[in-house]
Every structure is written in structure tokens, then in C-alpha cells.
Design a protein around this ligand. Structure first.
Ligand code: HEC
Length: 179
């Protein structure tokens, strides 16, 4: 009888530890495979609900080609200012923002750039965990070097060199660059 109890208890425990992997607020160190899996599959809404691949911002840096930006439900719920994060607001922990990168319109995916909000992650930079991956999961920019992504994602209307850029909102550039 005691063994049965232990088995049941351990099954319940495995189930609970898996269910909160995306939203947990406990200190944790992310690895690339986990960040990639979160970004590759799951429920997402595209920016302004527009599923088109759009030309990347000229002079914005980071990449070339075509992009789509998508948000998981936690992040999407924060987009209450006409599809944008309100000025001065922060995304809640568990928010996931992903940039899909394509060579051309309608081509297959080549890279995923990922930002996961977790203010207590040991490898967060400015409360976000950052990484970039090839479509097959190979690492382009490793999760422990997120500090390299921050300077460009901190640009404001005053410091950006892109004409008309209104600046980042909680380190997300799209809001300032795209209507
Ligand atoms: C030289 C500037 C620059 C650097 C460095 C950079 N990015 Fe970006 N990133 C941008 C710009 C500009 C956009 C907006 C895309 C557009 O409009 O073309 C963007 C968009 C994104 C997005 C979509 C959300 C948003 O901010 O709009 C993610 C996710 C992202 N980048 C991740 C990363 C990661 C991860 C790194 C580091 C490995 C990184 N970026 C480094 C310029 C940069």
C-alpha cells in the first residue's frame, strides 16, 4: 500500500512540474533547447494579427529579409494599446516574443529570434532571456549572451538611427517601428 502511495505521489509531482514550465517565477537557468522549443511550437498571435511576412526595417540592424513577430497568450494579453504594449508598461513574467526570419516572402523559415520575460532567470539580461536559433534548432546566438542583444533593443526615439522610430517599449522594438 505504501508503494502505491509513493508511485501516485510521484506521478502527481511530475505532472505539476511540467504544467508551469512557461510561466514559473522561480529562479532558473534557461538552456537553448528549451528556449527554442518554446518559440517553435505553441499558441501565438501575430503582431496586429497580421500573418504576412513583412520586410525587416531598413537600418534597424539585427537581420535582413522578411519577418513576422508573434506573441504567446501571456504577452498578447498585455497588448492593450491598439495592439501595442502601453507606453511605460512592462510585460508580465512568462511573456514570449518571437521574431520569425525569412529570406523572402513565402520562403521557409530560417531563423527564430526569441525574448522570454523572466525577471528571476539567472541568465536574463534586463529581465528578458534572449536567444537566436536556426529553424532546425541549431544555435545562432546562445542564451547566455543576451546582454549583446540589449543595446540595440534599448534604443529610444532620441537614440535610434531609424527615421520615425518611436523607440522600444520594454525592449521590444516593433512597437516603435511599425504602425
Ligand atoms: C543592431 C540592432 C539589433 C540587435 C543587435 C538585435 N536586434 Fe532584435 N530587433 C531589432 C529590430 C530593429 C527589431 C524590429 C524588427 C523590424 O522591425 O525589422 C528587432 C526585433 C526583435 C524581436 C521581435 C520583438 C521586437 O523587439 O520587435 C526579437 C524577439 C528579437 N529582435 C530578438 C533579438 C535577439 C535575441 C537578439 C540578440 C541575439 C537581438 N534581437 C539583437 C534590432 C536588433
Amino acid at each position: 500500500m505504501r508503494n502505491v502511495f509513493l508511485i501516485v505521489a510521484s506521478i502527481v509531482c511530475v505532472a505539476c512540474s511540467e504544467s508551469d514550465s512557461e510561466t514559473e517565477n522561480r529562479p532558473k537557468t534557461y538552456v537553448d533547447s528549451e528556449l527554442f522549443s518554446l518559440a517553435r511550437a505553441g499558441d501565438f498571435a501575430f503582431y496586429k494579427n497580421n500573418p504576412d511576412t513583412l520586410p525587416f526595417t531598413i537600418g534597424g540592424g539585427g537581420h535582413s529579409g522578411f519577418i513576422r513577430v508573434k506573441f504567446n497568450p501571456i504577452a498578447a494579453n498585455a497588448l492593450v494599446d491598439s495592439g501595442k504594449l502601453p507606453l511605460g508598461s512592462k510585460f508580465p513574467n512568462g511573456s514570449l516574443v518571437v521574431k520569425e526570419i525569412y529570406n523572402g516572402r513565402g520562403d521557409s523559415l530560417i531563423f527564430l529570434a526569441v525574448m522570454l520575460k523572466n525577471s528571476v532567470a539567472t541568465n536574463a539580461a534586463q529581465n528578458w532571456v534572449w536567444g537566436e536559433y536556426y529553424a532546425d534548432g541549431r544555435v545562432l546566438w546562445p542564451v547566455n549572451r543576451g546582454a549583446d542583444c540589449v543595446p540595440c533593443h534599448s534604443l529610444t526615439s532620441a537614440t535610434s538611427n531609424v527615421p520615425g522610430d518611436l523607440g522600444h517599449r520594454d525592449f521590444v522594438r516593433t512597437f516603435g517601428l511599425r504602425p
